[in-house]
Design a protein around this ligand. Structure first.
Ligand SMILES: Cc1ncc(COP(=O)(O)O)c(C=O)c1O
Length: 459
């Protein structure tokens, strides 16, 4: 017999969004019978290559909770991988999307334009670092934005080479895979990859061979020497970097590394691309993570948090670079879809009205001391790092920096069973990352941290 899928109204709700009770509530084991039935259907119909973290099938979400088909309410420390920063079904997003859907759903901006696209580009010019003249182009996914940023940089400079970093993640399309560092699961047997990509050592304080103190200076010296000797500065179109690396392990480069790289790029006419797809839109306590060190990128790629869960991405940058491309050279059928643009305008309004950058800083201030206290009790925690509401702990074998992915997996599994959604990441799979929606309540943060502490006590 098929298990009953609990509908939101049966659990006391008409729908999701912030009106959902902001509580953890477990009414079955995780996953429960309805989710297990759906999982069986999924396995018969969805390609095995598309994986999931936790097979609870969601029927409603909002604020800091995810409600599943069995009526369980889980605390969300993942935001669908840094997407629902304004919360799921945020009222500002729902309102604008509903209005837009009623008016029209698609014309293709390249066929007949509409105001929403222009308004999003105006917002991007206003919100992204730097007060120079800017232009934007809109796309559907982060990977697509990355591909287009590289296209623009190559076209504008007439140079071929692109510099990327160890532990980088830029997406799953062919060029984005070439820029991404990690083989499994992202690249394995998917080659050959796009050419003229050069990978440099990343300033990763915990793992820098001579220690964190020397990391910024030595990494900068190594990267610039390698660019000089192995590529030649004049052959480099762009350098692309995440201001805080996401999938690669929430690696925060030491202070000084990013500004010096940006300066080096400026000196040599290399386009400095900040990939802010995961860090952008208030996540780290500023609208963009580059702002923490006053870095002004030439091009910036955004997606994820931009539109409250609707698929939208952008490349924003210096007008002279963006406008170098001939008419028709950029675009795509769905890029800047009117419904996604309406969502983005609603999401940005919510970020501003509720000072979600400030809220991200508060979340960091609440979580960091608790994570540090946990690290004092558990020697497997080798590092606590991050900014704002983009935080992580890296797990190691005590007394070494040898990665301990099995501990990360055990702790994550214990959290899931207890109704807390956490994600892992890292080149070595040994990092637990925390990306709560910025609208989550303090009491859910607090309860989530207690669940994490209990999971460590058992691990
Ligand atoms: C920094 C960064 N760049 C690019 C991407 C790819 O974005 P998408 O999954 O929307 O293609 C991601 C996704 O995790 C990311 O974190």
């Amino acid at each position: 017999m098929t298990a009953h899928i609990a509908q939101p109204e049966e659990t006391g709700q008409r729908s999701g969004g912030p009106a959902l009770p902001q509580e953890r509530r477990l009414v079955t084991e995780i996953p429960g019978p309805a989710s297990r039935d759906l999982l069986a259907r999924r396995q018969r119909s969805v390609a095995a290559g598309v994986s999931h973290v936790l097979p609870v099938f969601i029927t409603a979400a909002g604020g800091g909770v995810l409600v599943d088909a069995d009526g369980n309410s889980l605390i969300d420390f993942g935001s669908g991988i840094a997407v629902t920063s304004v919360g799921n079904s945020a009222p500002e997003v729902v309102e604008r999307v509903t209005e837009q859907v009623r008016s029209f759903t698609h014309t293709c901006f390249m066929v007949t334009p509409y105001e929403g696209y222009v308004a999003v580009c105006e917002q991007l010019a206003r919100r992204t670092p730097g007060d120079h003249d800017k232009r934007s182009a809109l796309f559907n996914s982060g990977a697509e934005a990355v591909e287009n940023a590289v296209k623009i940089a190559r076209h504008a400079t007439g140079r071929p080479a692109v510099v990327t970093f160890d532990h980088a993640y830029h997406g799953r399309t062919n060029l984005a895979m070439a820029l991404t560092a990690k083989n499994m699961p992202y690249k394995h047997r998917f080659g050959p990859f796009a050419g003229e990509i050069y990978r440099m050592p990343m300033a990763y304080p915990l793992r820098w061979p001579t220690g964190p103190t020397n990391c910024a200076q030595e990494a900068y010296a190594t990267v610039t020497e390698l660019i000089h000797s192995q590529i030649g500065e004049q052959n480099v179109a762009a350098l692309i970097i995440e201001p805080i690396q996401g999938e690669g392990g929430f690696v925060v480069p030491p202070v000084g590394f990013l500004p010096r790289l940006a300066e080096f790029c400026r000196t040599h006419g290399i386009v400095f691309i900040a990939d802010e797809i995961q860090t952008g839109f208030c996540r780290t306590g500023n609208w963009f993570a580059c702002e923490h060190e006053g870095v002004v990128p030439d091009l910036i790629t955004t997606a994820k948090g931009i539109a409250g869960g609707m698929p939208l991405a952008a490349v924003t940058g210096r007008a002279e670079l963006m406008d170098a491309v001939h008419p028709g050279g950029l675009g795509g059928t769905y890029g800047g879809n009117p419904v996604a643009c309406a969502a983005a305008l609603g999401a940005m309004q919510a970020m501003e009205d509720h000072d979600l950058a400030g809220r991200a800083r508060n979340i960091g201030a609440l979580m960091l001391p608790r994570l540090r206290a946990l690290a004092e009790r558990h020697p497997q925690i080798g590092d606590v790092r991050g900014r704002g509401a983009m935080l992580a702990i890296e797990l190691i074998r005590p007394g070494t920096i040898e990665p301990a992915p099995e501990v990360a997996n055990r702790v994550a599994a214990a959290c899931h069973t207890a109704g807390l959604m956490v994600l892992t990441c890292g080149t070595f799979g040994n990092v637990l990352r925390f990306l709560p929606p910025l609208v989550i309540s303090d009491h859910l943060l607090d309860e989530g941290l207690s669940i994490l502490a209990d999971a460590f006590a058992m691990a």
